[in-house]
Design a protein around this ligand. Structure first.
Ligand code: NAD
Length: 672
């Protein structure tokens, strides 16, 4: 049967999922029968559908009227008092082209239903199941048409969630797969194909690993609940933390799903905290208490997760087992990498796919994290998947090498005498490269740095520049050996030239992120202060020590430091020449974010990539409005802002941004 031959859909089970699926099918224009065992359940389901449709209509998301859609749905009681299927149900099945089963999660009941449907439905009819954890193949075995039995796994609530996992049983035919993929699209959904009937399919396997890892870290005392959730929410940028999500969806729900998956052979060691909560009947929001506490049972208040905790746990530790699972799925040809990424984005609301995350953080880091977890948690299942190991051995580490799970184009490295330019498009690194001299700023280095910035400014494919130092420091300051035999005039000229470089950075047309570690002193700090955003590793030491040599900062330090930290703190730093650690610098606003040393590069890259997706001209305009505005007065600043704001409406990127927003897709900005 082709998708265009489908006219009538019968949804069996009118509970949480069934009524939503019936709604989706009716909205798409199909004639729908909705079957359940009792009239009251059906009445309740129809009420809910009507309410949901009226909400969609209010938002302008419904083509037909609520009444017209409701008219397409016919409720039917399918069991008699003796628990047998009714004659009427048999008649409905005779008319059915596709049955979508959403009854309770019991294999015996599903098999009984499928056997019955097989007897009464026409030969061409496809029988689909919405099961979360039962094998499609075993359900299909109850019929004489296993080639026409398939999994169609919706997400809750079906009218709003765009993802459908379409699962192939062992005997499902290509035609059935094709028709159901197409039907899901007719429903306005985005299907992904699960080519093998593995427990948990894609989303629940990846989610299972992810939740379980965060939970194990807490159970082992390696992190707190809030620290894990802060890393997930604020660093990975997921909609909810691990414990927050567990409470919200119901710890009991996850407990059942994961237990069922484990029983089917999913190799996971359940974190003991889930079982504890389950046994204590602390299911989360619905009982008023789970990992967090709620105002009352069923009353939701978003848990307070302090942002300051965001850097406490390495997000790669939490992410790595999810990547490992995804690698397993890919290696075993369960799904394509594109479908796996689509599934986590649409099914779990992740801002990036699991492979996209992996490529960004680096596959070497993922493997390292897995090995660490294996030791720290004592869990064999953390053994890195052979696919990951192989990729690391081949040097396919992700963005930084130009290839990981995806290809990013060549990484281009240009080595100058004192700096390295690394283009990892759409971002570029400029690396100060005099490590044996703590990247002391010689006239040559300053010249090369200026030229590198010019070159990168002209390269349209580079959207964001990251500046960092090679070796043990960002930069310990000006190269004093270059000061031998100088005259006051030559020093003034050096200072002017250096200042020009800092101005070039301040008014550069692309964002500059400065990644700081080790010494960030004197001229090093002055360069850092001219960038747009400063990320420092915990080991960074910052200061303007010039006073100790008898002079003062000469490359903007006396101007930019007070602008960043206020006059008092700036004078204290310049008068004493003292160095302060990164954390203190963060408190006074000298750096914007502090991260552990091993995560400096990855955090800088992640931020740069995030910014690189934004419209380049708007980024430039924002930067100009801020920088010129702050250096003048509010009238000039506001006038500039208004003009730039207006000017942007002449760009193609605004049209793209607004269109993508309306079409609910990710915009692709071109900088035009
Ligand atoms: P539910 O308990 O809310 O609804 C099940 C409904 O099926 C009930 O109304 C029940 O009366 C009815 N029912 C039971 N036996 C029946 C029969 N023989 N004929 C007709 N109706 C019958 O359950 P749910 O959460 O909607 O889950 C249904 C299915 O969907 C399960 O297989 C589940 O694994 C799967 N699923 C659930 C979710 C979720 O988030 N709840 C998500 C995806 C898939």
């Amino acid at each position: 049967m082709k998708v265009d031959d489908i006219k009538t859909i019968t949804v069996v089970g009118a509970g949480t999922m069934g009524h939503g699926i019936a709604e989706v099918a009716a909205v798409a224009g199909y004639k729908v029968y909705l079957a359940d065992i009792k009239k009251e359940i059906l009445d309740n389901a129809l009420e809910k559908i009507k309410w949901s449709l009226s909400k969609l209509a209010e938002k302008g998301m419904l083509r037909d009227s609520v009444e017209a859609v409701m008219e397409r749905i016919t409720p039917i009681v399918n069991l008699d008092e003796n628990g047998n299927y009714t004659e009427e149900f048999a008649k409905v099945l005779k008319e059915t082209d596709v049955m979508i089963e959403a009854i309770i999660e019991r294999l015996d009941l599903k098999q009984k239903l499928f056997a019955y449907a097989d007897q009464h439905a026409p030969e061409h009819a496809i029988l689909a199941t919405n099961t979360s954890s039962l094998p499609i193949t075993e359900i299909a075995a109850a019929t004489k048409r296993p080639e026409k039995v398939i999994g169609m796994h919706f997400f809750n609530p079906p009218p709003l969630m765009p993802l459908v996992e379409v699962i192939r049983g062992e005997k499902t035919s290509d035609e059935t797969v094709e028709t159901i993929m197409a039907l899901a699209k007719k429903f306005g959904k985005q299907p992904v194909l699960v080519k093998k009937d593995v427990p948990g399919f894609i989303v629940n396997r990846i989610l299972g690993r992810f939740l379980n890892t965060g939970c194990h870290l807490v159970a082992k005392g390696l992190a707190t609940i809030e620290e894990v959730d802060a890393a997930v929410r604020y660093v990975l940028g997921l909609p909810m933390g691990i414990f927050e999500l567990s409470d919200y969806s119901g710890i009991d729900v996850f407990y059942y799903v994961f237990t069922a998956m484990k029983e089917r052979g999913f190799n996971i060691t359940p974190c003991p905290l889930y079982e504890e909560k389950f046994k204590a009947k602390e299911y989360g929001m619905k009982t008023g208490k789970g990992f967090y506490t709620y105002p009352a049972p069923g009353k939701y208040a978003r848990p307070n997760i302090p942002k300051e905790l965001a850097g406490k746990v390495d997000p790669v530790l939490i992410l790595a087992p999810a990547v490992n699972e995804a690698a397993w799925l890919l290696r075993n040809d369960v799904a394509s990498k594109e479908d796996i990424d689509k599934a986590v984005k649409l099914g779990l609301g992740w801002p990036k796919g699991v492979f996209e995350f992996a490529d960004e953080y680096g596959l070497d880091k993922i493997v390292e994290a897995l090995r660490k977890l294996k030791t720290d948690l004592g869990l064999e299942e953390m053994e890195p998947d052979p696919l990951l190991v192989e990729k690391v051995q081949k040097g396919e580490l992700g963005r930084k090498t130009g290839k990981g799970f995806y290809e990013y184009g060549e990484v281009e490295e240009i080595k100058k005498n004192t700096i390295i330019i690394r283009k990892e498009k759409p971002i570029a690194w400029v690396i100060l490269n005099r490590p044996r001299k703590y990247n002391a700023l010689s006239p040559e280095l300053l010249k090369e740095l200026g030229e590198a910035l010019d070159e990168l400014e002209d390269d349209d494919d580079v959207r964001v520049v990251i500046l960092k130092g090679e070796g043990r420091a960002f930069s310990a300051g000006a190269d004093v050996t270059a000061f031998a035999g100088v005259t006051p005039i030559s020093v003034a000229k050096f200072s002017r030239r250096f200042q020009e470089l800092t101005l070039k950075m301040q008014f550069y047309t692309k964002p500059i992120i400065v990644a700081l570690h080790g010494y960030v002193l004197g001229g090093g700090l002055e360069i850092a202060m001219s960038g747009d955003i400063r990320i420092a590793s915990e080991d960074a030491m910052l200061g303007q020590p010039e006073i100790n040599l008898g002079f003062i900062p000469g490359a903007g330090g006396t101007q930019r430091l007070p602008r960043l930290v206020g006059r008092g703190r700036a004078k204290e730093l310049i008068f004493t020449g003292d160095m302060i650690p990164a954390r203190e610098a963060e408190k006074i606003g000298l750096v914007d974010k502090v991260v552990p040393p091993e995560r400096l590069d990855q955090e800088a890259r992640a931020l740069a990539l995030k910014i690189a997706e934004k419209p380049p001209l708007a980024l430039m305009a924002a930067k100009y409005a801020i920088e010129y505005g702050l250096e003048s007065n509010i009238w000039a600043g506001l006038a500039l802002e208004a003009h730039l704001f207006g000017l942007l409406f002449s760009t193609e990127d605004v049209i793209e941004g607004v269109t993508a927003f309306l079409e609910k897709r990710k915009p692709k900005f071109k900088g035009r």
